[in-house]
Design a protein around this ligand. Structure first.
Ligand code: HMG
Ligand code: NDP
Length: 408
């Protein structure tokens, strides 16, 4: 069939959007063009910019996207250099940020400048795991408790019998059972190397369920995700137990730098932080005891091919600010659930992979897991820079002015 005829048939519904590849000999780039042209025709709109891209749909469709019609472009800026004294990230880093919010990159850049001049950010990884919590319906709570005990005592067996069959890097390292009435939620914890790990742990958890169904025929495996994982929703479980990387970034910023570069004082930053980020957030019932983790996490996620829905949990966390006995500023960010990876998912899209390469974290680490850990430390450092700058701007009453000048 000719191009125009195919466009017409897709526009009038004779060929469904997801069936176009059947008529292009599997050429996904051509199918992408046909879908977009058909949509233009049907809706009477022009989609020229969406149709302008360097990515190859043949590499993306079937791995990263379905019904592809083109690409959305988000401007990418860079903040830095940011000096990080981490356990995995050591040195000065530039941070790619994809955003359309004017003043955001300038703000993170200012934070990087102040922190680097102050000697850098110290980062500490507290925990690293990806979780999946299948749901089992048991005859009663007592049976649920028995099953949970069996699972706790048989992790090595489950690793060997189930997990190792479907992944090399995925390792079952723990389980936290929750019982509600006759429902059993098994929150499995896995190491996932450099992958964020959701596909890996989902596939592994299904294998585990097969073993459990065999072992406990009276127990009904009902759902692979029982919502105690917890994926892509604000929640207390991840805030308390952690998910993905749990990471802390901290720094001491000398008073002189706070006054010169941030136009305020350590005392005012500490007071604004206490009354806004701690008291204000408590009153709001928020899991974000911070000013804008979501801004920096979101911009880095979009730039580097992370799962954008997990910005939700990335926005959880606490910012602390206090004046040291020497009169300088101590500031820290504690991020309980930063779900990120440097392999898999959107990280293999060429533009996103280039963004990861700016930080020296594209692909798998040697040994596996070290690249993702390094990336987590860099993200936490960037979040600290963003918090410092925004808190300072609010303390100095510069927020509205900054957004008038850079954001409209
Ligand atoms: C805008 C600034 C940085 C000006 O800050 P300033 O101190 O007036 O700027 P400056 O010209 O004196 O320069 C100081 C440093 O800022 C950086 N800088 C300065 N200008 C630029 C620029 N154009 N591009 C890149 N970097 C820039 C740069 O690093 C420079 O130092 P240097 O490196 O030159 O030694 C400051 O006012 C600021 O950070 N404001 C806060 C803006 C912000 O954080 N916005 C985030 C979004 S707000 C939001 O979405 C969340 C919110 C607020 O609703 C959450 C909540 O409820 O709290
Ligand atoms: N399935 C679901 O329920 C959900 C899926 N997602 C999506 O899942 C995707 C991410 O899943 P994820 O599991 O991270 O990625 P992948 O599914 O791509 O799994 C990672 C792959 O990389 C391989 N690998 C090679 N080198 C390494 C290394 N150094 N460290 C770790 N793995 C390595 C793994 O092999 P091996 O396994 O043999 O170790 C595996 O095949 C995203 O697209 C996300 O949007 C998000 C939420 C839920």
């Amino acid at each position: 069939m000719e191009f125009e005829e195919l466009v017409e048939k897709v526009a009038n519904g004779e060929i469904k959007l997801h069936q176009v590849e059947k008529y292009t000999n599997g050429d996904k780039k051509l199918a992408t063009e046909i879908r977009r042209k058909a949509l233009e025709k049907k809706l009477g709109v022009k989609l020229d910019n969406i149709g302008h891209y360097s990515l190859d749909p043949n590499q993306l469709i079937g791995k990263n996207i379905e019904n592809m019609i083109g690409v959305v472009q988000i401007p990418m800026g860079v903040a830095g250099p940011l000096k990080i004294n981490g356990e995995y990230a050591k040195g000065e880093f530039y941070i790619p940020l994809a955003t359309t919010e004017g003043a955001l990159v300038a703000s993170v850049n200012r934070g990087c400048s102040a922190l680097t001049e102050a000697g850098g950010v110290k980062t500490t990884l507290i925990d690293d795991k990806m979780t999946r919590a299948p749901l089992l319906k048991c005859p009663d709570a007592r049976r649920a408790r028995e099953v949970a005990e069996w699972v706790k005592n048989n992790l090595d067996y489950l690793q060997e019998k189930a997990v190792s069959k479907v992944t090399r890097h995925g390792k079952l390292r723990g389980v936290k059972p929750f019982i509600v009435g006759n429902n059993l939620y098994l929150r499995f914890e896995f190491e996932t190397g450099d992958a964020m790990g959701m596909n890996m742990v989902t596939i592994a958890s299904e294998e585990i369920m097969k073993v459990i169904e065999e072992e406990f025929p009276d127990v009904k495996y009902l759902a692979l995700s029982g919502n105690l994982c917890v994926d892509k929703k604000p929640n207390a479980a991840n805030f308390i137990l952690g998910r993905g990387k749990t990471v802390i970034a901290e720094a001491i910023v000398p008073r002189e730098i706070v006054e010169r570069k941030l136009k305020t004082t350590p005392e005012l930053i500490a007071e604004v932080n206490y009354r806004k980020n701690l008291v204000g957030s408590a009153q709001a019932g928020s899991y974000g005891f911070n000013a804008h983790f979501g801004n920096i996490v979101g911009a880095i996620f979009l730039a580097t091919g992370q799962d954008e829905a997990q910005i939700t949990e990335g926005s959880h966390g606490i910012t602390l600010a206090e004046v040291t006995p020497e009169g300088d500023l101590y500031i820290s960010v504690t991020m309980p659930s930063l779900e990120i990876g440097t392999v898999g998912g959107g990280t293999r899209v060429p533009t996103q992979r280039e963004a990861l390469s700016i930080m020296g974290v594209a692909g798998g680490g040697d040994p596996p897991g070290t690249n993702a850990k390094k990336f987590a430390e860099i993200v936490a450092g960037a979040v600290l820079a963003g918090e410092l700058s925004l808190l300072a701007a609010i303390a100095a009453k510069h927020l509205a002015k900054a957004h008038k000048e850079l954001g409209r």
